[in-house]
Design a protein around this ligand. Sequence first.
Ligand code: F6P
Length: 360
Amino acid sequence: MKKIGIMTTGGDCSGLNTAIYGIVIGAAKRGWATYGILDGTDGLVGAEPNMIRITPDTLPPEQMPVAGSILRNGNVGVTNNFERAVQSGKLPQFTKQLKKNLAAAKLDALILIGGNGSISLAWNTRDIYSDLQLICIPKTIDMDIPLTDRTIGFDTAVSQLTGFCDDLMLTARSHHRWFVVQSMGRNSGALALTSGVACGATAILIPEIKFDIDKLVTHIKNAPTDYGIIMVSEGVRLRGHSGDAATMISRKLTAAGIANRTAFPEHIQRAGRTTPNDRILAISMANAALDAVENNETYVMTALQNGEITTVGLDTVVSSGHPERDPNITGLNISNAMVDDDNPLLIAADNMGIYIGETK
Ligand code: F6P
Protein backbone atom coordinates (compact mmCIF):
# COMPACT_ATOMS: atom_id res chain seq x y z
CA MET A 1 0.00 0.00 0.00
CA LYS A 2 1.43 3.37 -0.99
CA LYS A 3 1.49 6.18 1.52
CA ILE A 4 0.70 9.57 -0.01
CA GLY A 5 1.32 12.89 1.77
CA ILE A 6 -0.64 16.03 0.91
CA MET A 7 0.49 19.55 1.75
CA THR A 8 -1.01 22.98 1.00
CA THR A 9 1.49 25.86 0.95
CA GLY A 10 1.51 29.60 0.24
CA GLY A 11 -1.60 31.78 0.26
CA ASP A 12 -4.88 29.90 0.37
CA CYS A 13 -7.58 30.03 -2.29
CA SER A 14 -10.86 28.30 -2.93
CA GLY A 15 -10.51 24.79 -4.35
CA LEU A 16 -7.80 23.45 -2.05
CA ASN A 17 -10.22 21.19 -0.23
CA THR A 18 -11.58 19.90 -3.54
CA ALA A 19 -8.06 18.93 -4.60
CA ILE A 20 -7.44 17.25 -1.23
CA TYR A 21 -10.79 15.45 -1.51
CA GLY A 22 -9.93 14.25 -5.02
CA ILE A 23 -6.58 12.91 -3.90
CA VAL A 24 -8.13 11.16 -0.88
CA ILE A 25 -10.94 9.41 -2.74
CA GLY A 26 -8.76 8.60 -5.76
CA ALA A 27 -6.01 7.17 -3.55
CA ALA A 28 -8.54 5.12 -1.53
CA LYS A 29 -9.84 3.61 -4.78
CA ARG A 30 -6.25 2.55 -5.60
CA GLY A 31 -5.85 1.08 -2.12
CA TRP A 32 -3.42 3.79 -0.99
CA ALA A 33 -3.41 5.69 2.31
CA THR A 34 -3.41 9.50 2.49
CA TYR A 35 -1.89 11.74 5.14
CA GLY A 36 -2.24 15.50 5.42
CA ILE A 37 0.76 17.50 6.57
CA LEU A 38 -0.48 20.36 8.72
CA ASP A 39 0.43 24.00 8.15
CA GLY A 40 2.54 23.54 5.02
CA THR A 41 6.27 23.15 5.58
CA ASP A 42 5.75 24.21 9.22
CA GLY A 43 4.42 20.67 9.68
CA LEU A 44 7.79 19.27 8.66
CA VAL A 45 10.23 21.33 10.67
CA GLY A 46 9.25 20.37 14.22
CA ALA A 47 10.68 17.48 16.23
CA GLU A 48 8.48 15.09 14.25
CA PRO A 49 6.11 15.32 11.28
CA ASN A 50 2.83 16.98 12.13
CA MET A 51 0.39 15.03 10.02
CA ILE A 52 -3.02 13.42 10.15
CA ARG A 53 -4.54 10.45 8.39
CA ILE A 54 -7.33 11.52 6.02
CA THR A 55 -9.88 9.05 4.70
CA PRO A 56 -13.02 9.47 2.60
CA ASP A 57 -14.93 9.30 5.93
CA THR A 58 -13.03 12.18 7.49
CA LEU A 59 -13.38 14.34 4.36
CA PRO A 60 -17.00 13.89 3.22
CA PRO A 61 -18.15 15.42 -0.10
CA GLU A 62 -20.01 18.33 1.51
CA GLN A 63 -16.66 19.66 2.77
CA MET A 64 -15.15 19.56 -0.70
CA PRO A 65 -16.29 23.01 -1.96
CA VAL A 66 -15.52 24.88 1.26
CA ALA A 67 -12.80 27.54 0.88
CA GLY A 68 -9.54 27.54 2.83
CA SER A 69 -7.59 24.36 3.48
CA ILE A 70 -8.50 21.73 6.05
CA LEU A 71 -4.74 21.21 6.34
CA ARG A 72 -4.07 24.96 6.76
CA ASN A 73 -1.27 26.74 4.92
CA GLY A 74 1.08 27.87 7.67
CA ASN A 75 1.22 31.01 9.74
CA VAL A 76 2.68 33.41 7.18
CA GLY A 77 5.37 35.66 8.62
CA VAL A 78 5.19 34.16 12.10
CA THR A 79 6.54 30.66 11.93
CA ASN A 80 9.74 29.08 10.87
CA ASN A 81 9.73 29.27 7.07
CA PHE A 82 12.28 29.19 4.24
CA GLU A 83 12.58 32.97 4.21
CA ARG A 84 13.46 33.13 7.89
CA ALA A 85 15.88 30.23 7.56
CA VAL A 86 17.68 32.11 4.77
CA GLN A 87 17.69 35.39 6.69
CA SER A 88 19.11 33.77 9.81
CA GLY A 89 21.71 31.78 7.83
CA LYS A 90 20.08 28.51 8.94
CA LEU A 91 18.92 27.17 5.59
CA PRO A 92 21.08 23.99 5.76
CA GLN A 93 19.65 23.03 9.19
CA PHE A 94 16.14 23.90 8.03
CA THR A 95 16.28 21.76 4.88
CA LYS A 96 17.94 18.93 6.81
CA GLN A 97 15.06 18.92 9.28
CA LEU A 98 12.53 18.88 6.46
CA LYS A 99 14.23 15.91 4.84
CA LYS A 100 14.51 14.11 8.17
CA ASN A 101 10.80 14.54 8.88
CA LEU A 102 9.85 13.39 5.39
CA ALA A 103 11.90 10.25 5.97
CA ALA A 104 10.21 9.75 9.36
CA ALA A 105 6.81 10.13 7.69
CA LYS A 106 7.72 7.20 5.41
CA LEU A 107 5.84 8.65 2.46
CA ASP A 108 6.10 7.19 -1.02
CA ALA A 109 4.96 10.45 -2.58
CA LEU A 110 4.21 14.02 -1.57
CA ILE A 111 1.56 15.99 -3.43
CA LEU A 112 2.26 19.66 -2.89
CA ILE A 113 -0.59 22.01 -3.74
CA GLY A 114 1.12 25.37 -4.10
CA GLY A 115 1.71 28.61 -5.99
CA ASN A 116 4.67 29.75 -8.08
CA GLY A 117 6.75 30.59 -4.98
CA SER A 118 6.27 27.15 -3.40
CA ILE A 119 6.78 25.29 -6.66
CA SER A 120 9.95 27.25 -7.53
CA LEU A 121 11.23 26.75 -3.99
CA ALA A 122 10.54 23.01 -4.15
CA TRP A 123 12.57 22.74 -7.35
CA ASN A 124 15.41 24.87 -5.97
CA THR A 125 15.63 22.72 -2.83
CA ARG A 126 14.84 19.46 -4.65
CA ASP A 127 17.30 17.38 -2.69
CA ILE A 128 14.78 17.48 0.20
CA TYR A 129 12.43 15.35 -1.90
CA SER A 130 14.98 12.99 -3.45
CA ASP A 131 13.78 9.92 -1.50
CA LEU A 132 10.14 10.17 -2.55
CA GLN A 133 8.08 11.29 -5.52
CA LEU A 134 7.22 14.99 -5.58
CA ILE A 135 4.13 15.96 -7.55
CA CYS A 136 2.93 19.58 -7.52
CA ILE A 137 -0.57 20.86 -8.23
CA PRO A 138 -0.80 24.55 -9.24
CA LYS A 139 -3.15 26.76 -7.24
CA THR A 140 -3.39 30.53 -7.04
CA ILE A 141 -5.86 33.33 -7.61
CA ASP A 142 -3.04 35.23 -9.36
CA MET A 143 -2.82 32.84 -12.37
CA ASP A 144 0.90 33.49 -12.52
CA ILE A 145 2.20 29.93 -12.93
CA PRO A 146 3.64 29.19 -16.39
CA LEU A 147 2.77 26.18 -18.55
CA THR A 148 -0.77 25.75 -17.27
CA ASP A 149 -3.81 27.45 -18.78
CA ARG A 150 -5.58 27.51 -15.40
CA THR A 151 -4.70 27.34 -11.72
CA ILE A 152 -7.02 26.13 -8.98
CA GLY A 153 -8.69 29.09 -7.25
CA PHE A 154 -8.65 31.51 -10.17
CA ASP A 155 -12.18 30.88 -11.39
CA THR A 156 -13.64 31.27 -7.90
CA ALA A 157 -11.63 34.46 -7.37
CA VAL A 158 -13.00 35.86 -10.64
CA SER A 159 -16.49 34.99 -9.45
CA GLN A 160 -15.96 36.60 -6.03
CA LEU A 161 -14.45 39.79 -7.47
CA THR A 162 -17.06 40.05 -10.19
CA GLY A 163 -19.89 39.68 -7.66
CA PHE A 164 -18.30 42.40 -5.53
CA CYS A 165 -18.15 44.74 -8.54
CA ASP A 166 -21.69 43.91 -9.67
CA ASP A 167 -22.93 45.11 -6.28
CA LEU A 168 -20.80 48.25 -6.37
CA MET A 169 -22.06 49.10 -9.84
CA LEU A 170 -25.58 49.66 -8.49
CA THR A 171 -24.58 52.08 -5.77
CA ALA A 172 -22.21 53.76 -8.27
CA ARG A 173 -25.19 54.39 -10.55
CA SER A 174 -27.30 55.82 -7.72
CA HIS A 175 -24.66 58.44 -6.96
CA HIS A 176 -23.22 59.18 -10.41
CA ARG A 177 -19.78 58.14 -9.31
CA TRP A 178 -16.96 55.76 -10.04
CA PHE A 179 -15.45 52.98 -7.99
CA VAL A 180 -11.74 52.35 -8.29
CA VAL A 181 -11.56 48.68 -7.32
CA GLN A 182 -8.17 47.23 -6.41
CA SER A 183 -7.85 43.56 -7.24
CA MET A 184 -5.22 41.18 -5.94
CA GLY A 185 -2.82 39.41 -8.32
CA ARG A 186 0.72 40.52 -7.40
CA ASN A 187 2.58 41.14 -10.71
CA SER A 188 -0.07 39.48 -12.84
CA GLY A 189 -3.10 41.30 -14.22
CA ALA A 190 -5.02 38.12 -15.10
CA LEU A 191 -7.55 38.41 -12.29
CA ALA A 192 -8.18 42.14 -12.86
CA LEU A 193 -8.50 41.67 -16.61
CA THR A 194 -10.88 38.71 -16.43
CA SER A 195 -13.10 40.11 -13.72
CA GLY A 196 -12.94 43.61 -15.19
CA VAL A 197 -14.34 42.37 -18.49
CA ALA A 198 -16.92 40.22 -16.67
CA CYS A 199 -18.28 43.12 -14.60
CA GLY A 200 -18.38 45.67 -17.42
CA ALA A 201 -15.52 47.84 -16.16
CA THR A 202 -14.88 51.04 -18.10
CA ALA A 203 -11.12 50.83 -17.58
CA ILE A 204 -8.79 48.03 -16.52
CA LEU A 205 -5.23 48.78 -15.44
CA ILE A 206 -2.79 45.89 -15.09
CA PRO A 207 0.93 45.84 -14.23
CA GLU A 208 1.93 44.42 -17.60
CA ILE A 209 0.59 47.38 -19.62
CA LYS A 210 1.69 51.01 -19.25
CA PHE A 211 -1.08 53.54 -19.00
CA ASP A 212 -1.41 57.30 -19.35
CA ILE A 213 -3.28 58.96 -16.52
CA ASP A 214 -4.46 61.85 -18.74
CA LYS A 215 -5.84 59.40 -21.28
CA LEU A 216 -7.59 57.50 -18.48
CA VAL A 217 -9.18 60.76 -17.27
CA THR A 218 -10.32 61.66 -20.80
CA HIS A 219 -11.68 58.14 -21.30
CA ILE A 220 -13.74 58.32 -18.09
CA LYS A 221 -15.02 61.81 -18.90
CA ASN A 222 -16.12 60.67 -22.37
CA ALA A 223 -17.64 57.38 -21.18
CA PRO A 224 -21.31 56.76 -22.06
CA THR A 225 -22.14 56.52 -18.32
CA ASP A 226 -21.23 58.86 -15.46
CA TYR A 227 -20.59 55.89 -13.16
CA GLY A 228 -18.88 52.54 -13.29
CA ILE A 229 -15.92 50.44 -12.30
CA ILE A 230 -12.24 51.23 -12.87
CA MET A 231 -10.44 47.97 -12.14
CA VAL A 232 -6.86 48.40 -10.95
CA SER A 233 -4.60 45.44 -10.28
CA GLU A 234 -2.58 45.77 -7.08
CA GLY A 235 0.72 45.58 -8.99
CA VAL A 236 0.04 48.78 -10.95
CA ARG A 237 2.51 51.62 -10.32
CA LEU A 238 2.29 55.31 -11.12
CA ARG A 239 5.62 57.04 -11.65
CA GLY A 240 6.51 59.44 -8.86
CA HIS A 241 3.82 58.09 -6.54
CA SER A 242 3.89 55.59 -3.72
CA GLY A 243 1.07 53.88 -1.86
CA ASP A 244 -1.50 51.46 -3.07
CA ALA A 245 -2.56 51.51 -6.69
CA ALA A 246 -6.26 52.29 -6.26
CA THR A 247 -5.63 55.23 -3.94
CA MET A 248 -3.12 56.76 -6.37
CA ILE A 249 -5.56 56.51 -9.26
CA SER A 250 -8.45 57.73 -7.14
CA ARG A 251 -6.54 60.88 -6.12
CA LYS A 252 -5.74 61.67 -9.74
CA LEU A 253 -9.38 61.24 -10.74
CA THR A 254 -10.56 63.44 -7.86
CA ALA A 255 -8.06 66.13 -8.91
CA ALA A 256 -9.56 65.95 -12.41
CA GLY A 257 -13.07 66.49 -11.01
CA ILE A 258 -14.25 62.88 -11.33
CA ALA A 259 -16.34 61.78 -8.32
CA ASN A 260 -15.07 58.43 -7.11
CA ARG A 261 -14.45 56.09 -4.22
CA THR A 262 -11.95 53.30 -3.73
CA ALA A 263 -12.93 49.73 -2.86
CA PHE A 264 -10.71 46.87 -1.69
CA PRO A 265 -12.20 43.38 -1.89
CA GLU A 266 -8.97 41.97 -0.41
CA HIS A 267 -9.11 38.37 0.87
CA ILE A 268 -12.73 37.90 -0.18
CA GLN A 269 -11.10 37.06 -3.52
CA ARG A 270 -9.48 34.01 -1.91
CA ALA A 271 -12.71 32.91 -0.25
CA GLY A 272 -16.13 31.74 -1.44
CA ARG A 273 -17.68 28.41 -2.27
CA THR A 274 -15.55 26.78 -4.94
CA THR A 275 -17.10 27.23 -8.40
CA PRO A 276 -17.95 24.09 -10.39
CA ASN A 277 -15.15 24.96 -12.88
CA ASP A 278 -12.59 25.10 -10.09
CA ARG A 279 -13.94 21.86 -8.60
CA ILE A 280 -13.61 20.08 -11.93
CA LEU A 281 -10.10 21.43 -12.39
CA ALA A 282 -9.12 20.40 -8.85
CA ILE A 283 -10.55 16.88 -9.22
CA SER A 284 -8.91 16.46 -12.64
CA MET A 285 -5.57 17.63 -11.31
CA ALA A 286 -5.87 15.36 -8.26
CA ASN A 287 -6.49 12.46 -10.62
CA ALA A 288 -3.49 13.45 -12.79
CA ALA A 289 -1.30 13.71 -9.68
CA LEU A 290 -2.25 10.16 -8.64
CA ASP A 291 -1.62 8.91 -12.17
CA ALA A 292 1.82 10.57 -11.99
CA VAL A 293 2.53 8.69 -8.76
CA GLU A 294 1.44 5.46 -10.40
CA ASN A 295 3.69 6.18 -13.41
CA ASN A 296 6.68 6.77 -11.12
CA GLU A 297 6.99 10.43 -12.12
CA THR A 298 8.68 12.91 -9.83
CA TYR A 299 9.48 16.64 -9.83
CA VAL A 300 6.47 17.34 -12.03
CA MET A 301 3.51 19.69 -11.92
CA THR A 302 0.03 18.87 -13.20
CA ALA A 303 -1.08 21.30 -15.88
CA LEU A 304 -4.06 22.13 -18.07
CA GLN A 305 -2.89 22.63 -21.63
CA ASN A 306 -5.34 23.13 -24.51
CA GLY A 307 -8.11 21.38 -22.59
CA GLU A 308 -6.02 18.35 -21.61
CA ILE A 309 -4.56 17.62 -18.20
CA THR A 310 -0.92 16.59 -18.36
CA THR A 311 2.28 16.87 -16.30
CA VAL A 312 5.28 19.14 -16.93
CA GLY A 313 8.74 19.01 -15.36
CA LEU A 314 9.40 21.45 -12.53
CA ASP A 315 12.65 22.46 -14.26
CA THR A 316 10.69 23.76 -17.26
CA VAL A 317 8.08 25.46 -15.06
CA VAL A 318 10.79 27.39 -13.25
CA SER A 319 12.52 28.51 -16.43
CA SER A 320 9.35 29.40 -18.39
CA GLY A 321 7.27 32.57 -18.46
CA HIS A 322 9.00 35.59 -16.99
CA PRO A 323 11.24 34.20 -14.21
CA GLU A 324 12.46 36.72 -11.68
CA ARG A 325 14.67 36.76 -8.63
CA ASP A 326 12.94 36.26 -5.29
CA PRO A 327 13.44 39.52 -3.38
CA ASN A 328 13.63 37.64 -0.07
CA ILE A 329 15.57 34.50 -0.91
CA THR A 330 18.94 35.11 -2.55
CA GLY A 331 19.62 32.95 -5.57
CA LEU A 332 16.02 31.77 -5.93
CA ASN A 333 14.33 32.21 -9.29
CA ILE A 334 10.55 32.40 -9.20
CA SER A 335 8.60 31.43 -12.27
CA ASN A 336 6.00 33.97 -13.36
CA ALA A 337 3.26 33.96 -15.94
CA MET A 338 1.91 37.32 -16.96
CA VAL A 339 -0.69 38.74 -19.33
CA ASP A 340 1.02 39.06 -22.71
CA ASP A 341 0.20 41.68 -25.36
CA ASP A 342 -1.46 39.03 -27.54
CA ASN A 343 -3.78 37.83 -24.76
CA PRO A 344 -7.15 37.33 -26.56
CA LEU A 345 -9.19 38.80 -23.69
CA LEU A 346 -6.95 41.86 -23.58
CA ILE A 347 -7.45 42.37 -27.31
CA ALA A 348 -11.22 41.85 -26.98
CA ALA A 349 -11.38 44.37 -24.12
CA ASP A 350 -9.48 46.91 -26.23
CA ASN A 351 -11.79 46.30 -29.19
CA MET A 352 -14.81 46.85 -26.92
CA GLY A 353 -13.57 50.31 -25.96
CA ILE A 354 -12.46 49.44 -22.44
CA TYR A 355 -9.39 51.52 -21.55
CA ILE A 356 -6.63 48.98 -20.94
CA GLY A 357 -3.65 51.31 -21.21
CA GLU A 358 -1.25 52.10 -24.01
CA THR A 359 -0.91 48.78 -25.81
CA LYS A 360 0.34 50.17 -29.11
O1 F6P B 1 -0.70 35.23 -4.07
C1 F6P B 1 -2.00 35.34 -3.59
C2 F6P B 1 -2.24 36.69 -2.94
O2 F6P B 1 -3.60 36.73 -2.54
C3 F6P B 1 -1.87 37.89 -3.80
O3 F6P B 1 -2.82 38.16 -4.80
C4 F6P B 1 -1.74 38.96 -2.76
O4 F6P B 1 -0.88 39.98 -3.15
C5 F6P B 1 -1.15 38.20 -1.58
O5 F6P B 1 -1.44 36.83 -1.79
C6 F6P B 1 -1.67 38.64 -0.25
O6 F6P B 1 -0.98 37.92 0.72
P1 F6P B 1 -1.29 38.05 2.27
O7 F6P B 1 -2.54 37.30 2.53
O8 F6P B 1 -0.11 37.42 2.91
O9 F6P B 1 -1.44 39.50 2.57
